[in-house]
Ligand binder design. Structure first.
Ligand code: NAP
Length: 480
């Protein structure tokens, strides 16, 4: 029997596997695809670049000194993850092409049975779900979409064979993926129509390449690399008070971003469509230098009317405008609130995880990591652990540390299982509720379009999360 089984070989799965490796546990990683990388393997759309500075968007134990630019591109991040998995000896422990379908806890013998779509059954004492939040493309259910005669592709399922030259293209969505895709398509398409449902705050990205000497210094003077990484983290963490709805920083940031967007968009009517009413940080602020100029071209339109239906050759808006298109790009994000999609999880007392989360009105977990009735099961990038002000990699490393601490605690006590108490989870959620009330996510437990925004974010500083995940508070757990 394995000590630990990790589901998924993306950023969090690799981070967990390396730490299991270092701690000397027997472990396996089950990955449904044929390679590591998770969302950075799936998203290959043109212009895909990280929105977090590379030196912070990397694992502390594998801090790469020679990132080519301040914000790394998808191929470079994927190569980094592949190299990290290889260098730390994780690859031989990964079973590719194994999609987990069922997790069942044996209450008597205290182990998890893990069933996969190929019919294999694995057994492990501890299980870590590292399946991420961005693994299920969200394809909106727009009337007529199935009868569209042209090409439809989602940003995470890019068709690299499709020739955009001379085509009339619609891009639906204006999130992080869309603002990177639109500038790439504008020069190829004969006409580009961008459908915006909710405007987003936009700030200049100012990406730049690191020169030879900068990379030389990062490589041969590691303390400079660490100081740089710390500075980015500190600067971003310092901006956290701007997420508080009554803060001076929020007011100042709103004014600065409004001024920046107005300066970049000369047409007042267009600027009015683009500048959000919600406070910055309510949704991640978009970083881009080329999106706003592209929207001001004559062959690019921004449509803020809703989409009522899709005809065989056109998108039809709520006000009845018919926009003929050859191709529709869905930059519509992911079903990020479906945690552990497609995995049937049965814990203690035959409790079903998805049913439990239905009853609580959405996914909940103590520190986003453990759930009552599911002993020895841990989540990475679970509920309430996303951030809108700094890199989520920091959170993943905190979660990895917590899992290792939990396993050590069980071993030290000669016990066989660890399970969070319902009372501890409830206490934490009432505190999170208070913090959410203080932030820009106030009253947004259910977002405008049915998405549970407040269920998504960690509303406090990352240092609070670090402190809470540094050790296991045994008063909050049943260790048996
Ligand atoms: P996203 O941020 O969720 O944006 C999806 C967009 O599609 C939104 O504009 C949304 O409008 C729109 N949309 C969804 N359903 C729609 C419908 N039925 N009709 C019309 N519009 C609809 O998705 P994303 O841009 O793919 O980003 C997903 C996550 O990945 C984010 O957390 C992002 O930060 C991350 N990401 C990071 C990078 C990077 O680091 N470079 C790149 C891409 C993505 P509403 O706003 O009205 O819902």
């Amino acid at each position: 029997m394995l000590d630990l089984l990790v589901i998924g070989a993306g950023f969090s799965g690799i981070c967990m596997a390396v730490n299991a490796h270092r701690s000397g546990y027997s472990y396996l990683v089950l990955e449904r695809a044929a390679d590591v990388g998770g969302t950075w393997r799936e998203n290959t759309y043109p212009g895909c670049v990280c929105d977090s500075p590379s030196h912070l968007y990397s694992l502390s134990f594998a801090a790469k000194p020679d990132w080519s630019s301040r914000y790394a591109s998808q191929p470079e991040i994927l190569a980094y993850l592949q190299k990290t998995a290889r260098d730390f000896g994780v690859i031989p422990h990964i079973r590719f092409g194994e999609q987990v379908t069922d997790l069942t806890y044996d209450e008597q013998k205290k182990f998890w049975s893990i069933a996969t779509a190929t019919g294999q059954i694995y057994k492990a004492r501890f299980v870590v779900s590292a399946v991420g939040q961005f693994n299920q493309p969200n394809i909106p259910d727009i009337p007529g979409l199935n009868n569209f005669g042209g090409t439809v592709m989602h940003s995470a399922q890019w068709d690299h064979d499709y020739d955009f030259n001379g085509k009339s293209v619609a891009v639906i969505g204006t999130g992080s993926s869309a603002v990177q895709i639109v500038p790439q398509l504008a020069d190829k398409a004969s006409h580009l129509t961008v459908f915006q449902r909710t405007p987003r705050w936009i700030v200049g990205k100012n990406n730049r390449r690191f020169g030879f000497w900068q990379r030389f210094v990062f490589r041969y003077f590691p303390f400079v690399k660490w100081a740089y990484r710390l500075k980015i983290h500190w600067d971003q963490e310092k901006a956290w008070p701007a997420l508080l709805r009554e803060s001076m920083q929020k007011t100042e940031r709103t004014a600065a971003l409004t001024a920046e967007m107005k300066e970049k968009v000369a047409d007042v009517r267009l600027a009015r469509k683009l500048i959000p009413e919600h406070p910055p940080g309510y949704r991640p602020i978009l970083l881009t230098d080329d999106y706003l100029p592209i929207l001001q071209r004559n062959d690019v339109d921004l449509v803020t009317d809703g989409i009522s239906r899709i005809d065989k050759d056109a998108v039809v808006t709520d006000s009845g405008d018919r926009i003929p298109v050859d191709c529709i790009v869905m930059a519509t994000g992911f079903k990020s609130h479906d945690f552990l999609p497609g995995i049937n999880v049965t814990g203690r007392c035959a409790c079903n995880l998805h049913r439990q989360w239905q009853l609580t009105g959405g996914a909940e977990a103590y520190l986003g990591i453990t759930a009552p009735f599911f002993p020895n099961l841990f989540f990475m990038f679970g509920p309430n652990t996303n951030l809108s002000h700094t890199s989520v990699i920091f959170m993943l490393e905190c979660q990895t540390n917590y899992v290792i601490e939990a396993i050590k605690t069980v071993q030290e006590k000669n016990a066989s299982s660890i399970e969070v108490m319902r009372s501890a989870e409830e206490r934490l959620y009432s505190s999170l509720g208070y913090w959410i009330f203080l932030t820009v996510w106030e009253n947004e437990h259910i977002g405008k379009h049915g998405d549970k925004i407040a269920n998504y974010y960690w509303p406090k500083r990352t240092r609070d999360y670090w402190w809470k995940t540094l050790t296991i508070d045994e008063d909050h757990y049943m260790i048996s």
